[in-house]
Design a protein around this ligand. Structure first.
Ligand code: NAD
Length: 461
């Protein structure tokens, strides 16, 4: 292990990146000609070096850390260090590593910090170490939105460090109301289309979740140039920046609307042909392609094609099918359906966040350069079926069906691939979300349901 993870001062940054394989948290030891430890480098050190102008052929000599924590093998042995307990399994699952040295300061091994603490202090690591320092630091671009606020809350609860970059297009007070003074949380109020903001936000980040866009068919059609700029050009430049810095994971939320119109009602998987019928979906495809082509040995993005999202969020949206029907059913006692035969995959916003977290936690080789549908076979519904579920939760509302529909989208998707690769399965149902949205209405948590802050198109007009 130590042999594989050792460098000399003369090795290049490129060689170090190859050795780390972009894995978060591992370190490389730097040794002299006698194989004695003289320093370490981490993937963070390599990224900071590139950002400050080093190139891939520059030598490690320029950037390695000489102040190193380490532990002597002898100390571990005295404390009954049981090698079998530290097999490759525990090494691979751990995040932070410490060099183990012989008395002559030769590198014998590297082992997870928590194991060292366990041995030396004979205490369980959970009590001794600050968990958040061992987790990757996540940037959520567009983190003040419908999905972003749910994802941020979940990650903070799990002790991740979260930075949100957002220009607060909808509810200007959303961050102040929900995340002010939260531990491990940082907010950058800025536009991702601005290159200075991009560079500012990426410092000290290990992984990126990219959610910021002009979201939805109507909003993109109303602002086509903004959509091109935000949803394509800035995705492209941000991905290039992350590629340059060898960011460990880049997770991009695309949409199942890329499948557009499928007349055969087949269960579509990630290799099915695409048939976009909106500006929004066409740009999604351009961004997917651009992302895949920006991948290299150190940067391997992951794309999630989300079904239509439903359920309560701190930044509520009432321009999504389930949520909109709930709003009309409660406040206007009406459930209007246009057409209704169209098939659509759906997914609860909590499950979207959990799906993204499953990618954050996944073994990189399982998710690198991969596209995944994110919904569930059980959540493919015709719009009329959704309306009937809404009617059950809001029984006093009147269901009214209008045969004509302007929305031609029709697609059913399979989400088997993400289950196979990460074990993720969407758990929450539409009925479950409707019950909670109804509670929000009854408790008067939504005071002005028609306010434009809940509707992307109205906000942009
Ligand atoms: N909600 C859905 O049903 C759904 C379905 C499929 C895919 N998606 C995708 O998920 C992602 C997030 O969607 P959402 O529902 O949370 O949308 P949202 O509109 O609630 O959130 C988008 C956020 O991005 C921010 N933003 C937009 N342009 C920005 C810019 N130039 N700079 C900085 N911030 C900017 C907005 O202020 C907002 O907070 C999008 O990529 C969307 O295409 C959503």
């Amino acid at each position: 292990m130590s042999k594989n993870l050792s460098l000399t001062k003369n090795n290049t940054i490129k060689f170090a990146l190859q050795k780390l394989h972009g894995e978060y948290g591992k370190i490389l030891t730097v040794v002299d000609k006698n194989k004695s430890l003289i320093g370490v480098v981490s993937s963070g050190d390599l990224r900071r070096a590139i950002l400050s102008g080093c190139n891939l052929n520059d030598r490690i000599e320029k950037i390695y850390n000489t102040k190193v924590s380490y532990v002597f093998h002898e100390e571990l042995v005295k404390k009954k260090f049981n090698k079998s307990k530290f097999g490759s399994e525990s090494l691979n699952n751990s995040i932070f590593y410490l060099p183990v040295l012989s008395n002559q300061k030769k590198v014998k091994d590297i082992i997870p910090v928590e194991r060292v603490l366990e041995i030396l202090e004979k205490k369980k690591i959970e009590k001794k170490t600050n968990l958040s320092n061992k987790l990757p630091k996540i940037l959520i671009v567009g983190g003040a939105g419908y999905i972003g606020t749910v994802l941020s809350s979940k990650l903070l609860k799990k002790n991740y460090h979260v930075t949100v970059l957002d220009k607060l297009m909808y509810d200007k007070k959303i961050i102040q109301k929900n995340f002010k003074n939260k531990k491990n949380f940082k907010f950058i109020n800025g536009d991702v289309c601005d290159l200075n903001t991009q560079i500012k936000s990426i410092k000290k980040i290990d992984m990126v979740v990219y959610l910021s866009e002009i979201v939805g068919d109507p909003a993109c059609s109303a602002k086509p140039e903004d959509a091109l700029k935000t949803n394509y050009l800035s995705v492209l430049s941000f991905a290039n920046l992350c590629s340059h810095l060898a960011i460990d994971k880049f997770i991009y939320t695309s949409s199942c609307s890329v499948y557009g119109l499928d007349k055969n009602n087949k269960l579509l998987d990630e290799s099915s042909s695409l048939n976009p019928i909106s500006h929004y979906a066409r740009i999604k495809i351009m961004s997917e392609k651009a992302l895949m082509s920006s991948s290299n040995n150190y940067f391997k993005p992951t794309i999630l094609r989300l079904g239509t999202v439903f359920g309560p969020s701190k930044r509520m949206r009432f321009d999504l099918v389930v949520n909109t029907m709930a709003k009309f059913a409660y406040f206007k006692k009406k459930i209007n359906v246009n057409g209704g035969k169209q098939w659509r995959p759906n997914i609860h916003v909590d499950d979207v966040a959990d799906g993204i977290i499953s990618i954050i936690k996944a073994k990189k080789s399982n998710i690198a350069n991969q596209i995944f549908n994110l919904s569930s076979e059980k959540l493919n519904y015709q719009i009329i079926e959704i309306a009937k579920i809404v009617k059950k939760v809001f029984p006093t509302a009147k269901l009214s069906i209008n045969d004509s529909s302007l929305d031609l989208r029709n697609y059913r998707v399979s989400s088997k691939k993400i289950k196979q690769k990460t074990g993720f399965v969407a758990k929450k149902t539409i009925k479950n979300a409707l019950t909670n949205i109804k509670k929000m209405f009854i408790q008067k948590k939504i005071k002005r349901p028609d306010s434009k802050i809940y509707n992307n198109l109205l906000s942009l007009k």
